[in-house]
Design a protein. Structure first.
Length: 334
């Protein structure tokens, strides 16, 4: 089959790899759509430590079951349309046993630590599959994973109706976060240096937008979410909090990145700083939100490219043009 391959950091190609064979309790998916996110850029650059090389990346995906492995539950059959949670947990380490599989000591993910879905086919555990309604497109199905990450992030930071919330970053994740926070009743201000993205934030209901936190006239917020992974943005979000405020570090930063936050202010102002790692019991909820129209997918899905143009898709993502870039390994097949 054809697949995108990162042989080593900085070396990316599209070529032939063996077709996947399902192991016990696995299914093979014919990939309909797979989205690119910041983690894929980190993998391409060698900045995501869990990733081995070579690897076929791709962890935001949906498609059709075409083969069943041994002992797959009878609820699944060839032809089922599914969105797939990429999470791979061991199930026996202390975090897994305490209900925190996303912090698994042996954490893995399809497309991050094992071959993923920038390919014609991918093998995944049947338990990770979530049935899609016929009304959902492959592109919408591939958006469920990022929405599930945002659902977990909102649960981590918490939100009450009427709270003033700052979202830093108006890329795909920032705009998903904005929509979920607003759905919970927050009044959301969105900041992004790429001013071409701010119009979408306004259309989606932001009470204010700006290209820099400094433009907000020293307004203080009840809570803030950084959706960039950039150290200066995290620091600016922290500085914009009121006393007793909360900061969600949601964007994926390079492992070696560092921020400078005042420990005195964390103490004296009782600032809460929390992180949010990937998906945790949030994939089904996310699928329901997307299927029900609670997340405006049309405003996020801006670019689709064929598999052979995967390097171009990465470059488009890096450029900051558009929002969600997706690869369609099977073209427009249903």
């Amino acid at each position: 089959m054809r697949a995108a391959i990162v042989d080593q950091p900085g070396s990316i190609r599209v070529g032939e790899v063996p077709d996947p064979k399902p192991l016990e309790r696995q299914v093979v998916i014919e990939v309909g759509a797979c989205g690119i996110c910041g983690t894929d850029l980190h993998i391409a650059d060698g900045h995501f430590p869990p990733t081995p090389y070579p690897i076929v990346p791709g962890h935001e995906f949906a498609g059709k079951i075409v083969e069943l492995g041994a002992d797959v539950p009878g609820e699944w059959k060839v032809g089922d349309r599914v969105a797939v949670d990429p999470s791979l947990y061991c199930g026996y380490c202390t975090p897994c046993r305490s209900g925190h599989g996303n912090l698994c000591a042996n954490w893995g993910a399809t497309g991050d630590t094992v071959n993923g879905a920038f390919a014609e086919y991918v093998a995944v555990p049947a338990v990770n599959c979530h049935r899609m309604p016929d009304s959902m497109t492959w592109e919408q199905g591939a958006l469920v994973e990022p929405v599930s990450c945002a659902v977990h992030g909102v649960r981590r930071i918490g939100v009450e109706a009427g709270e003033r919330f700052l979202v830093v970053g108006a890329g795909t994740m920032g705009l998903i976060m904005q929509q979920l926070l607003q759905r919970a009743g927050a009044l959301v201000t969105v900041v992004d240096r790429n001013t071409s993205r701010l119009g979408r934030a306004t259309e989606l209901g932001a009470v204010a937008v700006a290209s820099d936190v400094k433009e907000l006239d020293d307004e203080k917020f009840d809570a803030a979410a950084d959706c960039t992974g950039a150290a200066p943005a995290i620091e600016a979000a922290f500085d914009a909090l009121r006393r007793g405020g909360r900061l969600l570090v949601f964007g994926v930063a390079p492992a070696e990145a560092r921020v400078s936050l005042s420990p005195f202010r964390i103490y004296n102002d009782e600032i809460t700083v929390v992180g949010s790692m990937a998906v945790l019991n949030s994939f089904g909820t996310a699928l329901d939100l997307v299927a029900g129209g609670a997340v405006d997918t049309a405003s996020l899905l801006t670019d689709t490219l064929p598999l052979e143009q995967y390097p171009d898709a990465l470059a488009l993502m890096r450029s900051g043009a558009g929002l969600k870039v997706q690869v369609l390994p099977g073209g427009s097949r249903a």
